[in-house]
Write a protein of this length. Structure first.
Lengths: 232, 232
DNA sequence: GTCTATAAAGTGATAGAC
DNA sequence: GTCTATCACTTTATAGAC
């Protein structure tokens, strides 16, 4: 058989892998196309051929992780809500639906968990100008649905108070992702395989307690949040 | 009187002001010396003359805020500890000592609060290679002292568990700083002057509840943290 | 202290050969 | 699909005139 150039080139995949690693390590802005092509052992022109522009590659990497995570978040939330048909969900279940997809995706990716966490941390802390428009729409929908669910689970909490607390919750999650590599060795030895699972349950317990702080269970409905707000 | 070039040039100050604003808006990596000199109405060579290199300016801006914040953190913690001579501090007081210096500095700076919060958020989320060595030493000392104080306030909490929770706490604070401009309009109208103070008390309540979660007040001392760990 | 001019290296992107 | 060569900028930094 005669050698032919691969129709679905492996180099496109190598480029993608190299880009993800470098973006995780240094951030999206600090990586040049030459850095990527060098690590992928590809030609400098390869990125423009396969992805159009550098920004195209960045947007692709972002959506490759952001889209499935946000979709799974919504699926999990809606599944849980359907099971309790109308009634408000336990806080812990909402937080689980929000955070578990981040753990789930680490299992599907070929990337080392350490790097993938950092990449996810960088993706979900993007905001403003650094943020591709496609991402904003996806995030907005997630924000809206989860703010509503949390508001229903904490009916006595004022709407603005809820939004502040959600930001504190999200910030903690992002910081955990960004520092997972430094945190893992802290939980020494015993729990090697489910490193991310341990982080997840710690996040849920901490955040649920913070969100519930001062909320009286039997208080009358003081305020249902009518406005949602983007936490990114 | 003959015109002389200002001995303590105002342009150095203008350069510093412009740099701080631009770093806050776009991050330290995304601002060129030309961006800065242009906004400061100064010559392109001015930064190298006044600050040596671009990195020198970045390090100066960082330490101008990081140093006083971290020093005030330690002073507040030590003052509080001296008052209760040996006994463990209330969690809320430790968190206040940790976060209030960030509020305090917004009062001293001429920068708009909105921008300064973002700058502080960017400074305190730096880590790894982006982190000047001088900063690491300062952060390490703060981490050590506060981890110890929190460990004493939560004696029944396992050392590794404490470190995870501290990261969740710090992440929330950073995210609040980074999003203060989006959060402020949420707390509509009523509380115009003490915008940052409201954020502070919300942070303290949320984090104290998260840190205390599942901690039984009368539990015996199970574990005092012997190792501290850098949360940045 | 401030300026111009310029060096030396790096940036993303593309035309065109193979 | 991959390559080289190159364009058109931009980057930080510096030498030297004023």
């Amino acid at each position: 058989m005669r050698e032919i150039p691969a129709t679905q080139s492996q180099s496109k995949q190598r480029l993608l892998d190299a880009a993800e690693q470098l973006f995780a390590e240094r951030g999206f802005e600090a990586v040049s196309v030459r850095d990527i092509t060098h690590r992928a052992d590809a030609n400098v022109a390869a990125i423009n051929y396969h992805f159009g522009t550098r920004d195209g590659l960045v947007a692709l990497v972002i959506s490759r992780y952001l889209t499935p995570v946000n979709e799974e978040r919504l699926v999990r939330l809606e599944t849980a809500e359907r099971k309790t048909s109308g009634k408000s969900l336990p806080l812990e279940e909402i937080l689980d639906a929000f955070a578990r997809p981040l753990v789930g995706i680490t299992r599907k990716s070929a990337m080392p968990e350490r790097l993938l966490c950092k990449l996810l941390g960088r993706i979900f802390s993007l905001q403003g100008d650094d943020c591709p428009v496609a991402m904003e729409a996806s995030m907005h929908r997630v924000n809206e649905r989860f703010t509503r669910a949390l508001g229903r689970a904490l009916p006595s909490l004022a709407a603005d108070e809820l939004i502040w607390r959600i930001h504190l919750m999200v910030g903690g999650l992002i910081h955990l992702l960004m520092n997972q590599d430094r945190l893992e060795p802290v939980s020494s030895g015993t729990e090697e395989p489910p490193a991310m699972d341990a982080a997840l349950s710690r996040f849920i317990r901490f955040s649920a307690a913070g969100l519930r702080e001062g909320v009286t269970l039997e208080a009358p409905v003081k305020n249902t949040p009518q406005a949602t707000f983007d936490f990114g």
